[in-house]
Design a protein around this ligand. Sequence first.
Ligand code: ADP
Ligand code: MG
Length: 565
Amino acid sequence: MKPSSSLKSLLKNIDHKGYPAYKSTQGDYNFQNYILGIDHVQGDPFASPSRLNIQIKGKTAGFPKIYYNTSYKRIALQDHLTRLFGKSLEKFSFKAKGSGKSGLISISRCGQEVLERTACEICPDTGNITMHFDVGFPANGRSINSRELEKILFQFLPDCVESSLFYKNIDAKLLEQVIFLAEDQNFIRKQLPLLGLTSFVADGAILPRQSGISQKPLKSAVPFTSPEPFQITLNLPHHGPITGMGISKGITLIVGGGYHGKSTLLKALELGVYNHISGDGREYVITDASAVKIRAEDGRSIKNTDISMFINNLPNGKDTRSFSTEDASGSTSQAANVIEAVEAGTSLFLIDEDTSATNFMIRDELMQRVVHRQNEPITPFIERVRSLYEKNGISSIIVAGSSGSYFHVADHILQMDQYIPKDITAFVKEEAKAFPAASLPNETFAKPEFHRSFPCNRELKGNRRVKMKTLGKNAFSLNKETVDLRYLEQLADSEQTTALGYALLYAQLHFMDGNRNIKQVVDALFDLIETKGLASILDSKYVKSNLAMPRKQEVFGCLNRYRKL
Ligand code: ADP
Ligand code: MG
């Protein structure tokens, strides 16, 4: 490691030279309280910015060990520091001037969810902190302006590090609240299975979002209130007693008139697999972390999936025990989504009629009389939902405002009434007696089989420069092959999408040998991440990428949507 003074003189020497001379700054420099690392230097002022890091010894940073000695607290601390450091960097971005990206300073932007990110890594043993961020090295035209870079590295950065990464200088009370919230959230998550619950929504929670493009809470929202028979009170370690709605295992139906807040509640449950930051409104909305939103996804590809639980005797004679298509219909796509979620180890389905294929969900009595069962390839979800719970232990929460069929199979029924849920289970069961249930034949069906294994896409093997490109939150492309993840609705952040892209690449190059099945591949990936960290799925030539941790369920979802296997 070199002293920071040598960086200073190096910068003086290369001023006004051609841009590539910046490359010589690569390396680690000692700045007394921290080390500045220059990992990657951009090729020109318009290219993606240079990649830097700050490394601080745990002793110097001074954060109490109890703030990072479990993974959920460490993640909360990392998230908080990324936000603090990001905020202080923001003040200086583009304060140094020049052409192209000159003077840009940026770090991963955190949203409403608290996610593990490669931007900030804290070692659970030593408390050593590493922050990764980007700096546009300043130039005039294409010649180096190193006096401006000196400002960034010798004035701005020390100021940011000092004010946001040392415990003694930050708002300790605020950080304590962050850690306490993480402990409370973790407490609820652990309590759910012990209490036989799939999810919890606290009274006072704010569920609706500002708009379709903003995840901030809606300002004028009606706060959540729990209906009586669903009410439970949990005694959180820091918050103390908190009352809210506990949704039991089994089959829960959410009904109600249009625009009364059904989908909003379901959406909050979908994202309740993550912890949310203070002020989000969904801090105490916690869902079984394995929950999967199931929806129709016309046009997706399906590879050798056993959808025979729902689809049989297709008119084209296709085998539905190992079903493949490049262009699935609404019902076959939703069937595949269910089966793949079972394979991914879910214990809770979340389904909204708004985004479901009707013929996958129900078939009413009259239709059964007109079109005989033998002529209908689809066994609707309503005929399987009970045994999925009883045999596979998978609960369902279903939003259905327009069909009463599910009344007969539901254990619990909620009605959303002007954004307030009411328990109507007893009332509905009484009313439903007058209406015959669509006959549900008690036929047995073969359990889906999960033996699928795929070899690596040959175009990638041996290709030294595979291009991975993230296309926002909804897709990425691997060597121009786009993988559409738009309908993995529980993806919360584009950095998760980036991570999925690299995970898919890594899995193919290292684990997909045609022998390991999909589950073994995903397990191998997560074992690697657990022992070596999320960044370990990045080959060294991709150091520039910021990743956020996806769930196992989304990794399965991503593998299942890649058309090149
Ligand atoms: P549904 O699925 O029952 O038709 P939505 O959940 O889509 O209804 O909600 C309809 C509208 O009401 C949305 O614009 C949503 O933001 C808003 N909304 C939902 N919950 C609340 C609430 N608690 N307070 C105020 N507005 C809400
Ligand atoms: Mg709706």
